[in-house]
Design a protein. Structure first.
Length: 248
């Protein structure tokens, strides 16, 4: 069993502190070192591993200081070893990473970046998606193609519906605004907006989501029902990139 603690960092990032039953710990995507070190000190916890989903600075910014202060070993995709600060463990698609008595399968899911990976703990039904899959959204295509991103999202959709989704940012309400622009009269989305706003007003995260929830409400995943999913996804991603939130 792995216990997850959500750590808000920077403006809207989330880092995830994982603790296995035997006390082995890891932090996923430490945007900055200070909040993580403060958490470790407050709770008397060690840090053994730093797990990165991709190389962007807001996901690896705390790597070197955390490793220096705690001795944590840094892991990431093998193809990004020259872009992830301090990386020592080189992970490949389908590799298994052991945390205590639990195992995470490594899924290479390019699109947002070419070297993006997810960590899937099957026995715990937990999926850490970085900036590939957000609740009600997906990441921008900085390095990959729409075809590659759709393939990556389809791969994630093949996992069980009950899988809990932990993504890299608190973007859910902004993503919901875009979803509502596509279906302004959808009563389910209206009710969802009320529930999500209530959470955020209490300063609670909207995460984790589940894959089952995303398959129903995420406007990028529902492209699977289109006659040409890649074409539908490409159009929606372009619309999202140009979406004007100030008009809401």
């Amino acid at each position: 069993m792995v216990r997850v603690t959500i750590l808000p960092v920077l403006q809207d990032n989330y880092s995830y502190f994982l603790e296995a039953e035997d006390g082995t710990t890891a932090i996923i995507d430490p945007s900055a070192a200070e909040p993580v070190l403060a958490f470790l000190q407050a709770h008397g916890k060690p840090l053994h591993y730093i797990l990165n989903t991709h190389h962007h600075a807001d996901h690896v910014g705390g790597n070197l200081e955390l490793s220096q202060e705690t001795g944590a070993i840094i892991a990431g995709f093998q193809g990004d070893s020259d872009r992830i600060p301090g990386q020592y463990i080189l992970l490949r698609d389908q590799d298994l990473f052991k945390l205590g008595n639990s195992w995470a399968q490594i899924l290479h899911i390019p699109g947002h970046t070419l070297g993006h990976i997810a960590y899937y703990f099957e026995s715990e039904s937990m999926l850490f998606t970085g900036d590939t899959l957000f609740s009600l959204g997906c990441g921008r295509l900085f390095e990959g193609t729409p075809e590659a991103m759709w393939h990556s999202l389809s791969r994630l959709m093949s996992l069980p519906d009950e899988t809990k989704v932990y993504c890299g940012h608190e973007y859910t309400l902004a993503n919901l605004a875009f979803a509502r622009s596509l279906a302004p009269n959808d009563d389910a989305l209206k009710k969802l907006e009320y529930a999500l706003k209530e959470k955020r007003q209490k300063d609670l995260p909207t995460l984790p989501s589940t894959l089952g929830f995303e398959k129903i409400f995420n406007p990028f995943l529902t492209c699977i029902h289109d006659a040409s999913p890649v074409e539908a996804f490409t159009k929606r991603r372009a619309l999202k990139d140009a979406f004007n939130y100030s008009s809401l």
